[in-house]
Design a protein around this ligand. Sequence first.
Ligand code: UD1
Length: 426
Amino acid sequence: MDQIIVQGNGPLKGEIPIAGAKNACLTLMPATLLTDQPLTLTNAPRLSDIRTMTALLQSLGAEVAPLQDGQVLALSSHDLTSHRAEYDIVRKMRASILVLGPMLARDGRAEVSLPGGCAIGARPVDLHLKALEAMGAELDLRDGYVHAKAPSSGLRGAVVEFPLVSVGATENALMAATLAKGTTVLRNAAREPEIVDLAQCLRRMGAQIEGEGESTITIQGVETLHGATHPVVTDRIELGTYMLAPAMCGGEVECLGGRISLLSAFCEKLDEAGIDVEETPRGLKVSRRNGRVRAVDVTTQPYPGFPTDLQAQFMALMCMAEGTSRLEETIFENRFMHAPELTRMGAQIEVHGGHATVTGVEKLRGAPVMATDLRASVSLILAGMAAEGQTTVSRVYHLDRGYEHVVRKLRGVGAHIERVKEEEQV
Ligand code: UD1
């Protein structure tokens, strides 16, 4: 297993290119199942989650060809040879559930393994299932699988009122509704930029959608969808993560492809903390004003609020802030697993249920730490860059799910970071 070794750093300087969004790509890829014509995604990130979705789609009979070193994905689902998403693939990645809506809409049947729990909480899929049921699907949960069937005349448009905002359930329902008969209205829908990106891609494929980015989305079902080429939107979580690097180490870094509109709540918090963010024609230029950053309070919320996927990284910044900050996690119930690891580096954090109180210290100290999930792992790297001495992060396979070339990108702005095989360490 690989490890990442980070030495405490001085100020950073340079630019970091931001990739296409993992979470957008993971919902754009299953959209191929809605049509027998080719779908081409450009600006795709090169990540292990994308390879898992590739394997899943291939297991259903789709052809997926990564081109240009993986940045272009050529997908084609001319014939589906299977309608069963097996546990062995689904258990690796919860986003696998996103094949359910498209398969059901196109062929009237699907069997998808239930994703099960995951490290950051229980994460059920009841909202996905209720939305599809409202559109006429018959669902049977047995042997750990959802066995889904559409009426013989196909799914029908429906009014779906989500009791809580779910990104995945909105995406599944949106894709299914494009081929349903009649009008579907999704209320209390998620508004994330990845939903907007999906709607834009589906529209390029011939879908009739209005209201994406708002909490009510209206979809007029069409007979068939056709092929399209679509560029994946910038990864706002990768963007926010790298914006925190100069915030923590000092210096100035330009994140290429970044826009404030992707992350306005996050940028407001950076401003309160004393970080300058300037929009340039190429992206976002980030630098720290003089002195230590100030402690600020943060509550995670669905978009346009502060993203849960940046909470761990922001906590790393708050560990070094002047004063005490209170971080509240409202989306996932078990998302402070990075706190004990940051504490090993000298941070002062108290966690009580969904709240963490962080009292900033002047300096963090390098230590051996363990990554527990994707965003936690990168928060430890950021902390290591700002700490005194050496930090060794193990279990970095989590990182490969969501950050491409993390070592190369951070070295490019002057970070002292390398990836080694564990045995080379001893
Ligand atoms: C997506 C993102 C993930 C991000 C999350 C919240 C992808 C691939 N992943 O995950 O990185 O952290 O949005 O921004 O896009 N819930 C239910 N029932 C359901 C579905 C969700 O109770 O059927 C709950 C979840 O447990 C959670 C909340 O709703 O507490 C929000 O989850 P959701 O927005 O669905 O997250 P994902 O789509 O899984």
